[in-house]
Ligand binder design. Structure first.
Ligand code: FMN
Length: 207
């Protein structure tokens, strides 16, 4: 009697686990992930983190678009605010297409080198130029940040995170999920073999 009770409890627990697992896989939706890689140099360390994040997300079945700003035409915002009247920027460069991808993503991951203890200028320029989406409906909820720098101290990427948080605060349905910093990498490709690449992969896999 005692044995069968134990067995029954086990079977019930096991069934419950199976059901939970089935529901979990049924309800685990594939996400649309857009990665904005903002370094412009060949052999970029932050781009290597971005690629690993992309591979991790793909391995989990998510749809991934990795956008590098290399070779893209991105004009400075001139602050005319026409975008808030018309919903579109006065400039017809590469930004509107990038903005459409961001608007329709569930997850947005930014990758940037640290320049003067801040995000790269090109990342900030893109953030400003995407002001046209401020009054629009947006799908993104989860934001990730990948940073690289020569120095390897915790304070080095703090202002970049703070700067990005300024953008995130304007889209109240989204939050910064994680910031992965890889310090101690200065030269192009210096990140090769660094354990942070695996961390970036795992981060992408577990979004
Ligand atoms: C203009 C400029 C400013 C930089 N400022 C910093 C800095 O403030 N702190 C730091 O640790 N590294 C700084 N670096 C080094 C880069 O962050 C480092 O080389 C990084 O790995 C570059 O990433 P990337 O290869 O993705 O471009 C700077 C590099 C440049 C070109």
């Amino acid at each position: 009697m005692h044995m069968s009770k134990i067995c029954r409890t086990f079977v019930l627990a096991n069934d419950r686990n199976t059901i939970t697992y089935k529901y979990k896989s049924f309800f685990t939706m594939n996400k649309k992930v857009v990665i904005l890689s903002t370094s412009l140099r060949t052999g970029s360390n932050s781009h290597a983190l971005a690629e690993q994040f992309a591979e991790g997300a793909k391995s989990a079945g998510h749809e991934v678009e990795l956008i590098s700003l290399r070779g893209k035409e991105i004009k400075f915002c001139i602050g005319c605010l026409k975008c808030q009247e018309t919903g579109a920027c006065v400039f017809k460069d590469d930004v509107p297409a990038i903005m459409d991808s961001v608007l329709n993503a569930d997850v947005v991951c930014w990758a940037t080198p640290i320049y003067y203890y801040e995000m790269s200028g090109q990342m900030k320029t893109l953030i400003d130029r995407m002001n046209a989406m401020y009054p629009k409906d947006y799908r993104f909820r989860d934001i990730y940040l990948l940073t690289t720098a020569a120095e390897d101290e915790p304070f080095v990427p703090e202002r970049a995170e703070s700067g990005l948080t300024g953008w995130i605060d304007c889209y109240e349905k989204c939050t910064l999920k994680a910031h992965l910093f890889c310090g101690g990498v200065n030269d192009p490709r210096e990140i090769a073999g660094n354990a942070k690449l695996q961390e970036a992969y795992n981060l992408g896999k577990n979004i």
